[in-house]
Write a protein that binds this ligand. Structure first.
Ligand code: SF4
Length: 349
């Protein structure tokens, strides 16, 4: 097909799921449940791997039990390097899939298989593959927040922490790029590097809701606060940031910057780790309300919220919610993921 006449794209509508609220536990009940999970993890040679956006109680337990709390790249790396035979991945579906793809011999369980991601949902493989076919001379770069099939169709998988470096690397080697699925992150990379990309028009329902005008107002109330923004946010929000970066970069910023107040535009689950490493600092949620806001998520990912201590215990008791990825598909999908991991090791060296 002629590269100059791309077909119009109509993305599937992503609906934020209704799900029953997680039952609150008393202090005693929570302690007993945590002890029960610790025993199960020990008995089953299992490790709990949690994302920064999950409930703080899950994050704390992951650390207490020798598991990890991290962004999606570090979660994947941890699973590869740890000796556990079972990984309980508290996060969203693509994170469990990525763990399974990289650790085929391990059992990967997830607290809730319905926990997905709007970026993953708005990039179905058939539509995406047809889209890529329109640009045969382009390298396909996809964000980690995609299904195993979309990863298998790509040349590179990236996370927000490494996306800029990989896009620059490709452009320096004369490659043309298709970027998917987050349009805001794609636009941010274009703005930072001046590298033109073909961008899939998906978005994260959480970050898309941050509002620039409301952010200006709150900044006037806290003039000494530093503004930290995740690059899945709209450009007019990113423009106001003192620091734009991945979850890990934003956590480091809270620890290292001299400011005592921070306004933070990302999922508020991250506050748990920020409070741990910078206990004296004040953290303020960037506003999601304001002109044109719908506040479907109000800065809390509805899919991350589906994870709970109760569900972690349940999957360890029953062995349910195992992530299975077809071996041939896993082999294909692992190539662009390993490419990213190898690239990131080079940067770390
Ligand atoms: S916060 Fe956004 S990108 Fe992250 S899992 Fe939720 S919907 Fe996906």
């Amino acid at each position: 097909m002629d590269e100059t006449t791309p077909q119009p794209l109509i993305l599937p509508k992503v609906t934020v799921p209704e799900h029953p609220p997680i039952q609150e536990l008393s202090g005693e009940e929570e302690k007993a449940l945590k002890n029960h999970i610790k025993e199960l993890l020990h008995q089953q040679n299992a490790a709990l791997v949690a994302h920064y956006y999950t409930d703080g109680k899950i994050q704390d337990l992951a650390e207490e039990t020798g598991g990890c709390v991290a962004d999606s790249l570090e979660m994947a790396r941890f699973g590869m390097e740890h000796e556990a035979r079972t990984l309980v991945v508290a996060g969203v579906r693509f994170m469990g899939e990525t763990s399974k793809i990289l650790n085929n011999e391990k059992r990967v369980l997830m607290p809730d298989l319905a926990a997905t991601c709007s970026l993953d949902d708005c990039c179905p493989i058939d539509l995406f593959s047809d889209f890529c076919d329109q640009y045969p001379n382009h390298k396909v770069v996809v964000y980690a927040n995609t299904s195993a099939r979309v990863k298998a169709r790509s040349d590179w998988v990236v996370t927000s922490g490494i996306a800029l470096a990989i896009v620059k690397h490709l452009a320096e080697n004369g490659e043309k790029i298709i970027w998917a699925p987050d349009r805001h992150l794609g636009q941010y990379i274009q703005n930072q590097t001046g590298i033109e990309m073909i961008i899939w028009p998906g978005s994260c329902v959480v970050h898309e809701e941050f509002r620039a005008v409301a952010l200006q107002r709150i900044r006037r109330l806290h003039p000494a606060a530093a503004v930290l923004v995740h690059p899945e946010s709209p450009q007019d929000v990113i423009c106001q940031a003192d620091v734009v970066g991945s979850t890990t970069a934003l956590i480091k910023a809270v620890a290292s910057m001299p400011n005592m107040e921070f306004i933070i535009a990302t999922d508020a689950g991250i506050f748990n780790k920020m409070r741990q490493i910078a206990p004296g600092k004040t953290l303020i949620e960037a506003p999601t309300m304001g002109d044109g806001a719908t506040c479907q998520s109000c800065a809390h990912c509805p899919w991350m919220e589906m994870n709970s201590l109760q569900k972690v215990a349940e999957v360890l008791e029953t062995g349910q919610n195992e992530i299975l990825v077809d071996a041939e598909l896993a082999a294909k999908a692992s190539i662009p993921i390993r490419r990213m991991i190898d690239f990131s090791r080079g940067i770390r060296l």
